[in-house]
Design a protein around this ligand. Sequence first.
Ligand code: SF4
Length: 116
Amino acid sequence: MAIIITDECINCDACVAECPNNAIYEPDHNWSYSDETKLSGIVNLPGGGEVDADAENEPLSNEFYFIVPGKCTECKGFHDEPQCASVCPVDCCVPDENHVESEEFLLTKKAWMHGE
Ligand code: SF4
């Protein structure tokens, strides 16, 4: 499953640089699938459907740092554990029960964003 940042976030910025998928954004910042990935233009989503990878999407939070579920792989394929959770000083990076995904799917997502 993806990781979610809770409202306990203190906006310290420690997690952003640690995310290998560039899935973490500052509050009130637009996000896109193409940020720091190989994706560009119209692409097929791993879970079905298609999207414009270059589109600027609305922030998921205006108050706290946020993780884009579609870009989060729990660091599968990069690290043994989610790096945001490792560095967060207040332990507010937790499993997102609304985005439960298998390890196989998370690795598919990783390959989709970065290549094999
Ligand atoms: Fe928020 Fe934790 Fe990230 Fe700091 S490390 S910005 S407290 S989620």
